[in-house]
Design a binder for this molecule. Structure first.
Ligand code: DCP
Ligand code: MG
Length: 358
């Protein structure tokens, strides 16, 4: 596995300093300047004074009297986030967003066929800078928890790799509070047990860790050994349900294609039920013999739940495809767009584990 974690530096503050150059180099806090306002993020200049995210604006002003409070512009942050995701998608569709400025990328297999995660991370950082004039920090490792720690290791504008061969040594010296899932309370508990770093944690038995920390005991036990098998879960997997089928023989007659489509609708209906998913957009994907691919979508007002909702629309989409002169090797069908707003493209498809015979 090759995982990259990307995290923008002082994100909201960096965007504001970019958009308003007079704020560059100044201590700023993004947030509402109100009695009960809180700091969303502070520039590094302000962090020196102890100003930080989630702190009350009033406290922040006391700590740093020259602090400039800037109203947030969420639309801008979203815009920048979309630019980041456009860049990520050039390398992989397996992207798990954590927040607007942070994401995990699984680049084990990537669209560029690049061998080293570190080369991809370096390129992504450079392209982010070229596009947005903002810096990001990136971490590269073989699992999520180490990739995340790595991206934080040399902030700002950092790039850190934790190689599998060096992971155990790295974890052994790591302060436990840096480990995912260990917040201030858990850290305090660990300290009281004489656990300060990964090596201390690794000395604990699984039984004891589970006794003290419940289910998380197993997670901490694994992390101490560099084991984290959580997959990168891309957003579309939560935002759409789909299936696809590659045929053993290419199909060029519409009757055969309609039969296939019928089976796919049944499978899709099953997956919609299983995932308790509801969407308003149906997308048909067709890959032809020559690997050329097209998608056709339709968005409707009613929720697409059952075969009866989906089949007429699927047929309608299939009719828009010219089959006779253009045999097809694959069909995909997906439902997306939970809120019934604008269409959501479906980025990745799951191969159906069934084969139909004629
Ligand atoms: N954010 C927020 N409230 C918080 C924490 C964060 O509104 N309690 C917002 C503002 C941040 C953005 O999310 O700019 C990203 O959060 P990060 O934790 O990644 O912090 P930054 O990007 O600001 O700083 P860093 O350079 O440490 O990543
Ligand atoms: Mg950040």
């Amino acid at each position: 596995m090759k995982i990259i974690h990307v995290d923008m530096d002082q994100f909201y503050a960096a965007v504001e300093q970019h958009d308003h150059p007079e704020l560059k180099g100044k201590p700023i806090a993004v947030g509402h300047d109100a009695e009960r306002g809180v700091v969303a993020t502070a520039s590094y200049e302000a962090r020196k004074y102890g100003v930080h995210s989630a702190q009350s604006i009033q406290v922040a002003k006391r700590l740093c009297p020259q602090l400039i409070i800037v109203e947030p512009h969420f639309q801008r942050y979203k815009e920048v986030s979309a630019q980041l995701h456009d860049i990520f998608h050039d390398y992989t569709d397996l992207i798990e967003p954590v927040s607007l400025d942070e994401a995990f990328l699984d680049v084990t297999e990537n669209k560029r066929g690049m061998e080293l995660g570190v080369d991809i991370a370096r390129e992504i950082k450079q392209r982010i800078f070229d596009t947005t004039r903002l810096t990001a920090s990136a971490g590269v490792s073989y699992c999520k928890f180490l990739a995340k720690i790595a991206s934080d290791w040399r902030k700002p504008n950092g790039l850190t790799v934790i190689h599998p061969d060096r992971a155990q040594k790295f974890i052994d010296q790591l302060q436990v509070e840096k480990i995912w899932g260990i917040g201030p309370k858990t850290a305090e508990r660990m300290h009281s047990m004489g656990i300060f770093n990964g090596a201390d944690l690794r000395k604990q038995s699984l039984k004891h860790l589970i006794e003290v920390f419940g289910k998380m005991g197993q997670v901490f036990y694994n992390f101490a050994r560099g084991i984290d098998e959580r997959p990168v879960v891309s957003e579309w997997e939560r935002k759409s349900v789909s299936c696809e089928q590659t045929f053993s023989h290419d199909i060029s007659d519409s009757m055969a294609a309609t039969i296939e489509l019928y089976h796919m609708v049944l499978e899709l209906e099953r997956r919609i039920k299983k995932n308790t998913f509801e969407g308003h957009t149906l997308t048909l994907k067709v890959k032809f013999q020559d690997f050329q691919q097209i998608t056709r979508s339709i968005t409707v007002e009613q929720v697409l739940r059952s075969k009866d909702d989906i089949l007429p629309l699927a047929k309608q989409l299939l009719q828009q495809v010219e089959l006779s002169s253009h045999p097809i090797r694959l069909l995909g069908l997906g439902v997306s767009n939970q809120r019934g707003e604008n269409e959501v493209p479906i980025h990745r498809w799951i191969q159906l584990k069934i084969d139909f015979e004629y």
